[in-house]
Design a protein around this ligand. Structure first.
Ligand code: ARG
Length: 571
């Protein structure tokens, strides 16, 4: 596996700095990619940031370092720029060999602290409700973050903290017993549960006594009543069946499905511990955690007056469970922006309990359509499945127009992959904290920063490689990559940045960094391809350009898969 170029450069300069300025307390060397190829491949400001510490002018330091640096296989030349920047030019040969190495063997991430599990909590729909587009972002951003951490060699656990406990179950039980249409339930169970729930709400408005009855059924469930428990379990089963069908379609998977109810038995212990340690106090019969003024948080109820536990209590219990059952590296949670306070509160409580571990709440803005709509005309929130179907159908029309000769089967397959990819990419390519505005024509366009454009670039390269193979020319990694044209070198340089970009996406929890990178990559490939024909060239050039094409295709494929998006060999 290949060590990242940045790290190699840092090592070279740091050891030289230490040698020259032995007893100084130097600031670490940082390397950035040059903003313009005029300034070389990389730049560093280490001479400037260490100028005061060393007591010399940055230009003098830069000169001293450059003049005493031994020859090596990586650096072609160094230049001093402006007030003391150092411009770094890599050797062509190193760049080519490094690129081949990284494409064949991957990058070495062993410098990361990968001990313990990274547990990612995402998707988490509430039982007996169909998933709607509000669940989309949590599901696909979470899945992408999981894939990114897997890629870096972390040991991840994908946990679906389903909402399977709460006051709605008393109402559902009444609805089920009184108004269920058995046939409809068999056909489309969650839809029917939603219907009886609405029925309940309508009727209880006229008949408030029903709420008493519902609370009674809920209490029976909480106390372990056999009949109610059976119903509750059935609601969970049919809901999970439907969710899993959608997850499969979206290529999303989980390792655990511990829902809220899983932590029930731990709740009394958690509240007791909070009381014992003086973190929670009794307040009008309820148990409440109050925060200091400077913590700027609303009080958090952990147990209601009637004895019921809350969403926060179950989240505190999850941490206790994780602490006792896993060796933890960090916990990552994904929800929409409305839960920011909830996470601040319970993270704060967990810190007061001194259950120390790294925890991050990743929140995102809400997804809307360009006309501001989040629901159908009837006022129902758009269901996830409707959205996926619509994307597929629209993609089908486009594929059918572009490629009428494909078989129906192939068109269907392409439509599903392109449609899903377009939806996922439209979400993942945005800064997650902004609201996503969804415009069909834009997300399904084959041009611009979209999944279809990237998938299309990939398929185009694959077809070039196939053509070369038909002429008995296979990509040969034992031969070198030649740089005759600046677009070739430019592309190669960008390709070598991929792993660093993935690393950055993991540190910032921002998959859109990968999306931006891939879009840039496709543009660089297209400008290379526009200037440098691949086929019908003399052997050495043909192979070199095939290597660049192959590396681009593999990087697009890998990058898209980190976003949960599939590629197609032709489209
Ligand atoms: N079920 C919750 C909802 O739909 C999301 C759960 C997020 N995870 C957590 N550990 N609180 O709002």
């Amino acid at each position: 596996m290949e060590k990242l170029i940045d790290l190699r450069l840092i090592e070279i300069f740091e050891s030289k700095m230490k040698e020259l300025y032995l007893d100084k307390n130097l600031k670490p060397v940082e390397i950035t990619v040059a903003t313009d190829e005029k300034f070389g491949d990389y730049q560093s400001n280490f001479a400037m940031i260490n100028s005061k510490i060393i007591g010399k002018n940055p230009k003098v330091i830069a000169e001293e370092v450059i003049n005493s640096l031994e020859k090596n296989d990586i650096i072609e030349k160094l230049e001093i720029a402006g007030p003391g920047f150092i411009n770094i030019y890599l050797k062509d040969e190193f760049l080519g060999e490094y690129l081949k190495g990284i494409i064949q063997n991957g990058a070495d991430f062993s410098f990361l602290n990968r001990e313990g599990k990274v547990i990612i909590d995402y998707s988490a729909p509430n039982i007996a409700k169909r998933m709607h587009i509000g669940h989309l972002r949590s599901t696909i951003i979470g899945e992408s973050i999981k894939r990114v951490y897997d890629y870096l060699g972390y040991d991840t656990v994908a946990d679906n903290h389903i909402g399977d406990w709460g006051t709605q179950f008393g109402k559902l039980i009444i609805g089920y017993r009184n108004w269920l249409n058995v046939e409809a339930y068999e056909e489309s169970p969650i839809e029917e549960l939603e219907r009886v729930y609405v029925e309940y709400s309508k009727r209880s408005e006229e008949n408030p006594d029903m709420d008493i009855e519902a609370r009674f059924e809920l209490k029976k469930l909480q106390d372990g009543d056999i009949e109610n428990t059976k119903l509750w379990k059935d609601f969970i089963k049919v809901s999970l069946n439907e969710y899993n069908r959608l997850y499969k379609r979206m290529d999303v998977s989980f390792d655990t499905y511990y829902g809220e109810s899983f932590y029930n038995h731990m709740m009394p212990g958690v509240v007791e511990e909070l009381m014992e340690k003086g973190i929670a106090v009794e307040d009008e019969g309820a148990k409440v955690v109050f925060f200091k003024d400077e913590e700027n948080l609303h009080p958090c109820i952990v147990q209601k007056r009637d004895g019921a536990y809350l969403y926060s209590t179950s989240d505190i219990a999850t941490i206790k469970f994780k602490k006792e059952n896993y060796d933890i590296n960090k916990l990552i949670y994904l929800t929409d922006e409305r839960q920011q306070d909830h996470f601040k509160q319970f993270f704060n409580i967990v810190e007061k309990l001194e259950w120390n571990m790294e925890k991050i709440h990743i929140w995102f803005g809400i997804m809307r359509f360009s006309d501001g709509v989040f629901s159908t005309r009837k006022g129902n929130v758009i269901r996830l499945e409707q959205l996926l179907d619509e994307a597929r159908d629209r993609a089908f029309k486009i594929v059918d127009e572009k490629n009428p000769d494909l078989s129906l089967e192939e068109k269907n397959e392409i439509a599903e992959i392109v449609g899903l990819g377009a939806i996922k990419y439209a979400d993942l390519s945005q800064n997650r904290q902004t609201a996503v505005i969804f415009e069909w024509d834009k997300v399904l366009s084959f041009e611009g920063n979209t999944a279809p454009y990237l998938q299309y670039t990939y398929a185009r390269i694959q077809s070039i490689i196939k053509k070369a193979e038909e002429n008995n020319k296979k990509v040969d990694f034992s031969k070198e990559i030649l740089f005759n044209n600046s677009t070739e070198r430019n592309l190669a340089h960008h390709l070598t940045q991929f792993n660093k970009i993935v690393l950055k996406a993991s540190q910032t929890y921002k998959p859109n960094i990968i999306a931006d990178y891939l879009y840039e990559l496709s543009k660089k490939f297209n400008s290379f391809y526009g200037n440098c024909p691949i086929l019908n060239q003399e052997e050495a050039i043909l192979n070199s350009r095939l290597l660049l094409g192959y590396s681009t295709a593999q990087t697009i494929k890998k990058g898209l898969s980190l976003l949960g998006i599939k590629t197609l060999e032709r489209m």
